[in-house]
Design a protein around this ligand. Structure first.
Ligand SMILES: [Fe+2]
Length: 164
């Protein structure tokens, strides 16, 4: 698998550590996606104001995308022989996403919150991609490209929506 593997124990240890880092960072990404899914659906329920109908539907579209991503990332961790985190406790222990409150909220506050969260997801995907490229794990790297494209487009649309 790795051309350096026969060069000595130190190299093996180094490569194992790097593989572990990719799995760790994918698990952080997975934890963030899970908490973000709950947050988007919370907002879908609690959106208030005269743009309720549009934003209620849009938030459902966004959390459906995130739900597919959760499954894809967890399965990708298994494909690269890691173990995906699968409990809410694990996710809450490490997540970088701040949960939404149990209260009604206007769309401008929702969009400024999720803009920040999408930037966090971009950072997660970028870090995984950089580590994967270093290890020549090109399937992982290519998968991260899809996420970066998806988040880039969503961030652009949110910014357009927030412009006055
Ligand atoms: Fe609904």
């Amino acid at each position: 698998m790795n051309k350096n593997v026969n060069l000595g124990n130190n190299v093996i240890i180094k490569n194992e550590r790097n593989d572990f880092m990719i799995t760790e960072d994918l698990n952080l990404f997975l934890a963030n996606l899970n908490v973000f899914y709950r947050k988007l659906q919370n907002y879908h329920w609690n959106i208030k104001g005269d743009d309720f109908f549009n934003i209620h539907v849009k938030l459902e579209e966004l959390y459906d995308q995130v739900n597919s991503q959760i499954d894809e990332i967890a399965e990708h961790i298994l494909i690269i022989e890691g173990q995906p985190l699968g409990t809410m406790k694990d996710y809450l222990n490490i997540t970088q996403i701040e949960e939404a409150k149990n209260e009604k909220i206007e769309s401008d506050k929702i969009f400024s919150a999720i803009l920040k969260d999408y930037s966090t997801l971009v950072e997660n995907a970028t870090k995984v991609k950089e580590e994967a490229d270093n290890e020549k794990k090109y399937a992982t790297s290519a998968l991260m490209d899809e996420y970066l494209q998806n988040y880039g487009k969503t961030i652009w649309m949110i910014r357009q929506k927030m412009e006055k």
